[in-house]
Write a protein that binds this ligand. Structure first.
Ligand code: GLU
Length: 502
């Protein structure tokens, strides 16, 4: 077997390699996004590899949930579980590590045959004792080499007799260096690690080992992953060397931290993409937000969609410093994308978030379009529409000094009489009991007549109309708000306001 497989340097192949031991973490989603964007930017392939060698904690449910969340974000993989292999380059699957155990075994045997790995019969207890001994002597807790000295024949004899063994890699005594796309030149001095286990006695591989075998055999060109994996890269470089394979390029992403600058965890709030999906965050906002946590747009833009990202993405604009996962900023992005939606899109998407018994649902589509188109300017989330709309369905009076001061204007009685007469001329509901609304034209006519005929101007005009028709001293733009308020609500407030006139 020749272990020197030549890699086609021109093809970009990236992979996201989650362990299905939980839901998709926002940090994982960010990594997946970067891998996806780089592959797409380069016309390459994005691979999803499931690292499920921790059999006790990995589940198919978590795998499916993570895939569903990636899909929700628009991160679709070219190769992965249930998704074809690269036709041009032959088959790279299977894509679940638990289905590749025979490959890890075969490659480990090849390393053993080459003298680069050995069977290790040391028991857990022995290893623990040796580690404690090394600690007490203030020595590095590296494997002491007991089984390194065994001949292969002797090891095989012991295996045949039923003894269990792990497979350990014989580390090279030398320093290593590589160039990281985020961190620049990284150096590992000699002696940092001792002979490490690559296969457990149950045949399951250890992460650093199967990761290298898979990245190599799946012809991954760029490995992008979290910064916490940086120390693992040393062991991985040794393994690439042993296999005679050129390592992929690496990019180790800066940490995601909470507002206290500690690594992002549940303590800081929800960390799973599933949570944000269920809370109806907009996927466009989520993608835009996640991407700029550690990467910046070449034109320093804030808002960009997936297509623009694919076109503009590059691996030389990553930030070295930790990125703060800031819910306020995510909320801001959500608001930006919510406001980008057309009124039609909003009615379709936001209606389910407005309680079933809300009067919103009883109104005509025309009104619904206008209503959401107006209130979207004051909210960030679909579910905030209901409370923002309160103001048009609530006939209460907000009694405060501001209101009382306006009602005390000397122009109020005249204006009150005028509006009373105008309101008495219009119906509140149509023949089948549906709410009626005033038009913007009618509102303009009232304002003009008050100005021209009653000679009431400026703040007396606008604050006076607001106070009398909404029962409040301040609020949103009256010309838009009033035509969205059922006439019956305006009339009811107007009746009540009488009791507050000086
Ligand atoms: N399964 C590893 C993780 O979830 C993958 C790390 C890597 O990308 O190499 O952290």
């Amino acid at each position: 077997m020749s272990e020197s497989v030549s890699k086609s340097n021109s093809v970009v192949r990236t992979r996201y390699a989650p362990s299905p031991t939980g839901y998709l973490h926002v940090g994982g989603a960010r990594t997946a996004l970067y891998c996806y964007l780089w592959a797409k930017n380069q016309g390459g392939k994005f691979i999803l590899r499931i690292e499920d060698t921790d059999a006790a904690r990995s589940t198919r449910e978590f795998e499916s949930a993570q895939i569903a969340d990636l899909h929700w974000l628009g991160i679709d993989y070219d190769e992965g579980p249930g998704q074809g292999t690269d036709k041009d380059n032959g088959s790279f699957g299977p894509y679940r590590q638990s289905e590749r155990l025979h490959i890890y075994k075969e490659k480990a045997e090849w390393l053993i045959g080459k003298g680069q790995a050995f069977y290790c019969f040391c028991t857990e207890e022995e290893l623990e004792r040796k580690k404690e001994e090394a600690n007490s002597k203030e020595l590095a807790p590296h494997y002491d080499g007991t089984c390194r000295k065994l001949s292969l024949e002797e090891a095989k004899k012991r295996l045949a007799q039923g003894e269990r063994a792990t497979v350990r890699f014989k580390v090279y005594n030398k320093s290593y260096a590589f160039r990281d796309h985020v961190r620049g030149d990284v150096e590992f001095p000699e002696g940092m690690v001792g002979d490490f286990v690559i296969l457990r006695s149950d045949g399951f591989p250890v992460y650093n080992y199967c990761c290298v075998v898979d990245d190599w055999l799946m012809q991954i060109s760029h490995v992008m992953r979290a910064e916490e994996h940086l120390p693992n890269t040393l062991r991985q470089l040794m393994l690439y060397e042993a296999f005679g394979v050129t390592p992929p390029e690496f990019a180790h992403m800066s940490l995601l931290v909470g507002d206290d600058r500690q690594k992002l965890s549940k303590r800081h709030g929800a960390t799973s993409v599933t949570f944000y999906k269920e809370e109806a965050y907009l996927k466009e906002a989520m993608v835009n937000y996640l991407v700029q946590l550690g990467w910046s747009h070449p034109e320093e833009k804030d808002i960009f969609d997936l297509d623009e990202l694919i076109a503009k993405f590059s691996i030389d604009r990553f930030s070295k410093s930790p990125a703060v996962f800031d819910l306020q900023k995510l909320k801001w992005f959500n608001g930006q994308y919510l406001r980008k939606k057309s009124n039609e899109e909003l009615v379709a998407a936001a209606s389910p978030f407005i309680p079933q018994d809300h009067p919103f649902h009883k109104q005509k589509v025309e009104w619904q379009l206008k209503c959401l188109g107006f209130f979207k300017n004051y909210i960030d989330f679909y579910k905030e529409f209901a409370s923002a709309m309160e103001i048009v369905f609530n006939d209460s009076i907000e009694d405060d000094k501001e209101l009382r001061d306006i009602l005390a204007f000397e122009t109020t009685p005249t204006m009150f009489q005028y509006l009373q007469s105008e309101l008495s001329k219009i119906e509140s509901t149509d023949s089948v009991g549906h709410d009626l609304f005033i038009s913007e034209e009618l509102f303009d006519r009232w304002s003009n007549e008050i100005k021209t005929n009653l000679k009431i101007k400026g703040k007396n005009l606008f604050l006076g109309m607001r106070a009398l028709l909404t029962g409040r001293g301040h609020g949103l733009e009256l010309k838009s708000l009033l035509p969205l308020t059922p006439i019956k609500i305006i009339k009811s407030r107007f009746e009540k306001i009488k009791g507050y006139l000086p």
